[in-house]
Ligand binder design. Structure first.
Ligand code: DLZ
Length: 164
């Protein structure tokens, strides 16, 4: 694999806008909590690092990745958020549901972006093995939760810029 031993979560801090005053929703799947908790912590720490107040990070849990779409929609309906992150992990080798869940949540989240004109970020890992998930949840390949938060901040800033 070309990404072997590479931390894929490197980013240029100077290219990330301040997230002070922004409010973020985070929907977290309860499947594979060892991974989803690590992804949530990565996202939370990144929001705090760029200036978001702790009180402006609103977390809600859902039973599985399939429910991320509705969880995010319920948050979006409140019109209180600059962006929403969906966090989950579906491990290919461990479930025949893989294709159904990934397809559904990918399409569902795409639809929410368009329906609400709101950044809804795909923070769902789809690895082949648990080890690959661990590698991307604070392991050798970094933390995809950090990346999801960076994406949320950048898209929220773009939306504010273009709407003001
Ligand atoms: C049912 C199921 C299975 C087999 N595997 C996963 C998984 O790897 N990751 C995940 O987030 N959720 C899984 N689920 C649960 C579904 O997402 C969903 O919660 C149930 O099908 C109920 O709608």
């Amino acid at each position: 694999m070309s990404s072997a031993l590479k931390n894929l979560s490197h980013y240029d801090s100077n290219a990330v806008p301040s997230s002070a005053g922004m409010r973020f929703g985070v929907v977290v799947s309860e499947w594979n909590t060892e991974i989803t908790e690590a992804l949530f912590e990565g996202a939370r720490n990144t929001f705090l690092k760029f200036g978001t107040a702790e009180a402006d990070i609103i977390r809600r849990d859902v039973p599985g990745s399939f429910e991320l779409t509705l969880g995010a929609q319920l948050l979006a309906e409140t019109e209180q958020f600059d962006a929403i992150i969906c966090i989950g992990v579906v491990i290919q080798g461990e479930t025949k549901h893989f294709d159904f869940i990934c397809e559904a949540v990918g399409q569902g989240i795409t639809n929410l972006n368009i329906k609400y004109n709101l950044p809804v970020i795909f923070g769902v890992l789809t690895p082949n093995t648990m080890q690959q998930a661990l590698d991307r949840a604070g392991g050798v390949h970094g933390n995809k939760g950090d990346e999801a938060a960076i994406t949320a901040i950048k898209m929220a800033a773009l939306k504010r810029e273009l709407e003001n």
